[in-house]
Design a protein around this ligand. Sequence first.
Ligand SMILES: Cc1ncc(C[n+]2csc(CCOP(=O)(O)OP(=O)(O)O)c2C)c(N)n1
Ligand SMILES: [Mg+2]
Length: 550
Amino acid sequence: MADMIGSEILARALKLAGVEDIFYLMGGPMLAAEKACENEDIRMIDVRHEQAAAMMANAYARLRNRPGICMAASGPGVINLTTGMANALVDGAPVVAFGGSSPVSAYGRQAFQEIDQLAILEPCVKHAFRVYSPERIPELVNDALQTAVAGKPGPVYVDLPGDVLYKPVDADTIDWGFAERPLQRPRPAGAPADVARLADALMAAERPVIVSGTGVLWSEAWPELRQLVDTLGIPFYTTPQGRGVIPEDHPCCYPSARSMAFREADLILVVGTRLNYVVNHLAPPRFAADATVARIDIDASEIATSPRRLDIGIVGDAKTVLTALNAALEGRGNTERSTPWRQKLAARVEEKRGQPGDNSRSDAQPIHPLRLCQEVTDFMNRDAVLVVDGQEILNYGRQAMPTHTPGHRMNSGPFGTMGVGLPLGLGAKVAKPDTQVIVVHGDGSFGLNAMELDTAVRHNIPVLVVISLNGGWTAADPPGKPGRNLGFTRYDQMAEALGCYSDYVEDPKDLGGALRRAQDAVDSGRVAVVNVKTDETARATTQAFTQYVT
Ligand SMILES: Cc1ncc(C[n+]2csc(CCOP(=O)(O)OP(=O)(O)O)c2C)c(N)n1
Ligand SMILES: [Mg+2]
């Protein structure tokens, strides 16, 4: 059989592994690989900054529940991936990046773009390695994809030296079978005795609370979680990116009573989320000191090293363990025991609703960010993917905008990465072309990857971007923050120059119509940007509820 070069082997291996879309920025020594991917009919989406490619692959991975793929040229191209890869690591998302590098044969001779790329990427990923033998590329592609999704998902970096990518190999010597292996998603069951103990503890609890995270999304365990909630009437809360596992208009959802629920619970069940700063490490007094604490996690080290002592720690897959738990509760359904608890939380939600300071219907000009959130909420589809990036707008959005579909909420994440908004939105739209995608962006964070509007226009990825134009990074209050002011820039005009539909809004009365017209443009296949001048003094309060700061 004819020779193939490493680049062609890579493209064929990715195709055989089921890869349909790749986000990349062209450049040596990856050109032949990128061309070969085109020849394999993989959709190749070329972006304007490599970090955006990694961020798009992140959203894509989450919405397809399979690895998201990106590629970068050697040296600065690969280094530009780092923010997106580190963000994927902290998000726990299976992004697989292929980076070109200078030829092994010239290492140490100051070759073009030579730098220790593995050393730079290693702390940003779950696993990083270099390929030395082109004939082993199918095996190593399989290795990368399997590692990314196994157990707790995370990013993988594969370094591809130029001389490996261009080396001819006799195609008969290649074992393609590696690339076609199904991705292994182990679903360990928890210890049956612990599951039984958890069932009994839940039956005995009067004030139970569930805190769930993206582990439930990767495990696709939302039907089982909902069954548990319904069986015993358990109030539930999720991490900011774990939203939508149960629709947020479910009767056991009491978002604004979160602090009370955590403080007064007698049992806290944590499913598929780390006990990191996002949940205050589950520490008292924010979380009841005397509550029974139970945890289900696929990562044994999470259970072993829990910052708070666990009464019941179950190493297992969320879907498998919740299925067993539901079976253990079969015929024992009882929502009455927790009725007073739910009534108390419901009363708290009511009390908060009546409190002054709710600006969601404010007619003030400049527009209050909460009014902006309300207008977007009013018109967006129930199953829209909503991405929010910024600080004030992120915090306001978290309180004011619900999500009813599993995984359809993304944001700056536990790494607090400004700039993810637009790329996450584009990755989501590529993954789910028939779903409405809305990105609500701070004006500062928008700037970091704003050129991705060009990517969206060139590749026909129609999303709606709404900018909260408060004239800078965070609120102008307190005054005098260094480097805060950016000015009230007409980003809509910039978007127009890039080929987008655009609009600019100052009067709250015009907001609804402007959003509708923009969505009509999106529905006709265009990328739309609505630049909304908002109140620069509006500062989201960081109350206990917004401890979920990202
Ligand atoms: C890449 C990155 N750079 C800087 C920061 C620090 N930072 C956190 S929030 C924020 C301001 C965000 O401003 P904007 O996007 O305009 O949203 P706003 O708060 O004004 O609504 C900054 C600069 C960060 N988290 N990430
Ligand atoms: Mg801003």
